[in-house]
Ligand binder design. Sequence first.
Ligand code: FAD
Length: 404
Amino acid sequence: KNGVVIVGAGHAGVQASASLREEGYDGPVVLIGDENELPYHKPPLSKTFIKDAEAKPQPLRGEAFYTGSAIDFRPGIRIDRIDPAGRRLEIAGGGALAFDRLILATGSRPRLLPLPGADLPGVLSLRSIADARLIRELSAQSDDIVILGGGFIGLEIAATLRAAGRKVTVVEAVDRLLGRAVAPVVASHVRQRLETIGVRILTGTTIARLEGENGHVCAAITSTGERLPARMIIVGIGAVPNIELAQAAGLTVANGVRVDQQMRTSAPDILAIGDAASYRHWSTGGDVRLESVQNATDQARLAARTITGHVDSYSAVPWFWSDIGDMKLQMVGLTSGGDSHVVLGDLAENKFSIYHYAGSRLLGIESVNRPGDHMLGRKMLGAGFSPTPQTVAEGPDGLKAALA
Ligand code: FAD
């Protein structure tokens, strides 16, 4: 018996290994990761790790988990090729591994910047703990830092490095922050608070090229011709899924590795989960590929259920958080396609929630420093309960009463 092999030891892969045991799977479980680390939490990297010289990686599970659960964790190994028919994996540098079932949990990687100068030393992106260590080291020597991209990771880094005393400029191509991930009112609130702490934000601006000096980046030149001096440039313009293994093996790929409601790819006995997987979303009917800890761990649990013979359908309520300076942003549901919204709380107090509706259906909630609204939202959406906008306006007590 070759058992289950999991490729990718990030949030999804580690959860899958744990869930297989929780579901009673007693065959071999091999967890392969190409990093030389005990698998760790990624969210703290942009929020705290890069500004604290003493910070250590936070393991997803202690070492005892792997031995105690008989998970054969193999770090520092990269899989190069999948042979779906032969149920075999090829290891980079030589060697092979057989599987009965395979879970692809390869995650995603930062999108590269297609610009002159993008390969200069000092131009970095953040995905792994190795990236975070580099950023931490270089930021300690850099007064001026330019961040390309006003998405969650870029803004988290901006706030973190600003709090560490750096001069930070964020350059965002479109005319607002956070893409379409949050409502305009949230995006402009975030912008205003970041500007208040001294982060410079240029929207509707692109970078034409990067300049180097003595073999190191020294400035970014904007589309308007402004020269932004910087010893460090962080590129945070989104992520692309690691689908190459699946693609080369002939699996169906559509944005991510395509999976059905049980996380099965187009190849028998191969599943895919996490940032790398795309699927038809149960609530919107649209095709999605979500990049969140929740999505990675819930899909991992479901994949383990599928492998142990259950036929559940993926129906977890999506949620996400981001800490940007003094703002804890929490999102639940998928809010695109909304046509009206209700605001609860007070922007001036930096505590408010936006309830998004499509007609009379609650699609989701975005909260800033209102964790109670978020938790209640998860309950409501999980129960398929849509409060009326009038009930929402009554506040949490009214909502709790209506839900009960
Ligand atoms: P990953 O965790 O990326 O794991 C994939 C692993 O597979 C990696 O270790 C990769 O190196 C390895 N791998 C890839 N290919 C191979 C191969 N061929 N052979 C062997 N190994 C391979 N989400 C939130 O919900 N909230 C947050 O606040 C938040 N903050 C974040 C901050 C940062 C800086 C980053 C980078 C991400 C953040 N995320 C956040 C997103 C979240 O971390 C991801 O959605 C999550 O890690 C996805 O899990 P995954 O297992 O699919 O991918």
